[in-house]
Structures are given as C-alpha cells and as structure tokens.
Design a protein around this ligand. Structure first.
Ligand code: ADP
Ligand code: MG
Length: 305
C-alpha cells in the first residue's frame, strides 16, 4: 500500500476549529504542528554526515510550517541511537546549531537505544504569521507559482546514491533552506488561495492541492526553469523538475484578481518566484507542452508500506 492510501484510512472527521490530517501541518488553538521522521538506510546512508541529516530533519519540518504561512517556535526531538555512534558530540552540536539558527526552542523529546540504524523524529510547533495557507483554496482562474527553481535535489540524491556521475554536490539535497521570508509575505498578503511545500515532487505535491481544492492544475512546460542544469548532460531535465523531492520550495496559487499586484511586489522582494501554470475546473495535474497534455499527478516519491 502507498503511504497516502494508509493516511487516508487514518482520517476521521476533525473536531470543530481543528485543521487535522491532510495539510502540511495541523492547526489548533493558534498553533501549527508538524512532524517528520528520518531513518538511516531509508532516508539517508550510513556514510551521510549526521550534521546533514539533522539539518534536513529541521528544514523538512520548518518547511511544513512555512507552507501553512507560519514560523517555528518550539520543537520536540525523538532519537534512537545504535552502539556504532560512540561519538555523540557532533549530534549535539548539530542540534544546537539548528535550534539557534532557526530560533527554535527544544522543549522535550525522547531518547532510546536502537539495534543498528539511527532514527530521528522531530515535531515542530509554530504559529501563523497572519493568514493560514491551506492546500484546499485553489480556484479556477488562479495562477500557480513556484518560489524557486527545483530539480537539483534529485540530481544530487542520485549522485549520493552513485546512480549518476555528474559534477554535483552529493549533499546538496541536505542543504535546502525553508522559505521563511516568503511564508511571512504570503501569510500577511491576502493574495494566496492555496500553498504546499515541495517535499515529494512538483507533480505529486501539486496533486495534493488539486485533490484538496477540487480543481485541475496545469503546469506549462515552457515556464519551467531548466537553466539550473546547465553543464549537466541530463537526458530529460523536465522529469527532474517535476519529480525532484525534498526541495522545500513553496508551490502556491494566487487569486486571479491579485496576480498583477503580486508579481510586481515579487519582482523586488522575491525575484526567484515564477509563475509556472494555472488552475482550471477538473481534476489532476497536467504538464502542458504546446497542445500535448501529460498527467503528472504521480510524478515524485511515495513510500510503499
Ligand atoms: P508532508 O510531506 O507535508 O510532511 P505528508 O505527506 O508526510 O506531509 O503527510 C500528509 C498528511 O498526513 C499530513 O497532514 C500528516 O500530518 C498526515 N500524516 C502522515 N502520517 C500520519 C500518521 N501516521 N498518522 C496521522 N497523520 C499522518
Ligand atoms: Mg509538506
């Protein structure tokens, strides 16, 4: 079974005033809460520097808070450490560095031994800057935006896994930053109708907006930025753009009446933001290349359980 079918089975009718399973973070009593797990030999290799892993653990959670229009305040850390990690200083230093860097207070957690692999789980608690950004508000006529170019995380992951031999940093995908400044701007404006962060891949993440908003999303191929792959001889750069995960860029829709105002504000403040498509009636996520439409709703990653 895929992870998303499993999650569907866990869903129950949420209590009033609670945003429950299904968005990037839960929301209740004014707080946003997100959780992510990283496991050795599933999410990273025994050879991956632990500081990189800890950075991704924090960023993936903070990015979920950003996708809701919020900022992080507190966190709880779960960690299970096998005997082979005899030198714990670098783990402690990396965790302190993250809490300082992102101004988060570690307020609790749990620590255990494990048999052979290291397990890390982080829960981040945050607050919305102003308006909550959800996956569910996109409407036909809205434009679709991406906060920055995506695709290199997948190339770098393949380099780390020794699938490709391009001249790319194999740890680049551990170094992405969450979109904290943009999250503030989007939450404080009233332009945004839906938002998600790119953790599984553009196609798959756009399909969460599509499903929860009850709309079709059209991604225009000629608006995607392949220039980030300059110098790499990729056979199909578009495949990388639509399926690269753990980018932590934001994908969002802006109400049709606010597009112009939004774009002129972005030119100054957020020059990397680009329009990549539009919303129509219907369902699914389609890549449009001239008159050719390809369904890309499943482009990206899903854990099979
Ligand atoms: P993201 O990629 O943004 O972290 P996920 O795809 O991991 O989101 O999860 C989608 C939604 O399902 C989120 O609201 C998440 O909290 C929820 N979810 C995932 N796993 C579980 C679980 N085991 N129990 C309850 N909710 C879950
Ligand atoms: Mg997310």
């Amino acid at each position: 079974m895929g992870e998303f079918d499993f999650i569907e089975r866990l869903k129950r009718a949420p209590k009033e005033d609670v945003l429950s399973i299904g968005d990037d973070a839960a929301f209740f009593d004014g707080y946003l809460v997100a959780k992510d797990i990283l496991i050795e030999n599933i999410h990273f290799l025994p050879t991956t520097p632990i500081e990189m892993v800890i950075k991704k653990l924090f960023v993936s959670n903070i990015s979920d808070i950003c996708a809701m229009g919020g900022y992080p305040k507190y966190c709880l850390l779960g960690i299970s450490i096998p005997d082979k990690y005899t030198f714990l200083d670098n783990i402690v230093i990396a965790i302190n560095k993250m809490t300082e860097n992102y101004n988060i207070e570690l307020i609790g957690g749990d620590t255990t031994k494990s048999r052979s692999d290291i397990f890390l789980s982080l829960t981040v608690i945050g607050k919305p800057y102003k308006n909550l950004l959800k996956r569910s508000g996109a409407r036909p006529g809205d434009l679709v935006y991406l906060s920055r170019s995506v695709g290199l995380s997948k190339v770098s992951l393949e380099k780390e896994l020794e699938v490709v031999d391009f001249n790319v940093d194999p740890y680049l995908h551990y170094k992405n930053e969450p979109e904290l400044k943009l999250s503030k701007y989007l939450s404080e404006s009233s332009f945004v109708s839906s938002c998600i962060d790119i953790s599984d891949g553009l196609g798959r993440d756009a399909s969460h907006i599509s499903k929860q908003s009850g709309v079709r999303i059209i991604v225009e191929q000629n608006k995607l930025d392949s220039s980030i792959f300059n110098g790499l001889s990729l056979e199909n750069p578009i495949d990388y753009i639509i399926s690269s995960g753990e980018e932590f860029a934001l994908l969002f829709t802006v109400k049709s009446e606010n597009n112009e105002e939004f774009e002129s504000a972005c030119r100054e403040k957020f020059p990397d933001v680009r329009s990549i498509g539009y919303v129509t009636e219907g369902e699914g996520v389609y890549l449009k290349d001239s008159s050719l439409m390809t369904n890309i709703s499943d482009s990206g990653f899903e854990h099979k359980i």
